[in-house]
Design a protein around this ligand. Structure first.
Ligand SMILES: C[S@@+](CC[C@H](N)C(=O)[O-])C[C@H]1O[C@@H](n2cnc3c(N)ncnc32)[C@H](O)[C@@H]1O
Length: 291
């Protein structure tokens, strides 16, 4: 179990997310990706009479958020699982937020296998009750399948070359072994650029292992039904495929009306302080009061 002090995540677009949610006095909010509890903590502390139901599929994130939000007592409750499987029962929310992808805390804990700075087993499962790991995908998928994953989810130009090398060199056990094999597919100069050549493939593998896009698609079809009339939904995405799904599901929804025609992005001050905010896009929609 990870101590909450080691599970640190600086939330992005916090001000914009909380403002855009237009929090109602006494309201009940769903944080579908509580992570380290940053966004929920802001909502609970700024609005003393609201409640938050918090979801995360990662047990360590839930433990960290429970500890961070303990001072709010029974104003906050937790559910561990995929937001696409959430059972809201008869509860309807005044607002729903999701801040997609991986947290810096998950990336920074070597044993989780999301990063490649330290040697660790190729895991990458957000929910460790799931059996499929990154090692399974890397060591068992065929070459075409791997190339497709690297290209589609990582926009990796050398997807085929990397897939061929992976198949030649496998089995891989550790993150570092895989990162080195990927780097060797690049000319030496490119290996020392600002972004490590394995970054895109690692992102792609993570998205595939956790089936992030299918989970998001299911969530986007269900979440509008969990809102009270007038309730808002705000989603932060970090990947162009995710943002496209969010944009189209809001625009094409029979239930929702779009609030943000263009996505909200981070301001200069946040971009300087938190490089992760560079790719963040926030979109809002609402359920009209008389729907
Ligand atoms: C960017 S972090 C959220 C950080 C959080 N907003 C904060 O302020 O600390 C994303 C979190 O979403 C979780 N997550 C990603 N996909 C999920 C899904 N389909 N269902 C539930 N949780 C998910 C991850 O485990 C991770 O903890």
């Amino acid at each position: 179990m990870v101590e909450s002090s080691t599970f640190v995540h600086v939330p992005v677009l916090s001000r914009e997310l909380v403002e855009g949610l237009a929090v109602a006095p006494g309201g009940h909010y769903l944080d579908a990706t509580v992570g380290g509890g940053g966004h929920s903590s802001l909502i609970l502390s700024q609005f003393p009479d609201v409640r938050v139901s918090a979801i995360d599929r990662d047990a360590e994130a839930i433990a960290a958020a429970q500890s961070r939000l303990s001072s709010f007592g029974d104003r906050v409750s937790f559910w561990q699982g995929n937001f696409s499987d959430y059972p809201p029962g008869d509860t309807r929310f005044d607002g729903i937020i999701a801040d997609l992808g991986v947290s810096s805390a998950q990336l920074d804990i070597p044993e989780r296998g999301f990063g490649f700075r330290h040697a660790a087993a190729l895991d990458m499962r957000m929910d460790r009750r799931q059996s499929l790991t990154a090692a399974d995908l890397i060591n068992e998928s065929d070459e075409v399948e791997l190339a497709n994953i690297f290209y589609r989810y990582g926009e990796e130009r050398l997807s085929r070359r990397i897939a061929r090398r992976v198949v030649e060199k496998r089995p891989f056990e550790t993150t570092v072994q895989l990162a080195e094999a990927i780097a060797q597919c690049y000319p030496p100069k490119a290996r020392y650029g600002r972004i490590h050549p394995a970054t895109r493939v690692f992102q792609a593998l993570r998205i595939a292992v956790n089936q992030e896009l299918t989970s998001l698609e299911t969530f986007l079809t269900q979440a509008p039904h969990w809102l009270k009339p007038g309730g808002r939904i705000g989603i932060i995405s970090f990947h162009s495929l995710e943002d496209r799904l969010v944009k189209h599901s809001f625009k094409d929804s029979d239930l929702l009306k779009v609030i943000t025609k263009k996505p909200i992005i981070a301001q200069e001050d946040e971009l300087e302080q938190n490089p992760r905010s560079r790719s963040a896009k926030l979109r809002f929609a609402y359920l009209p009061p008389h729907s």
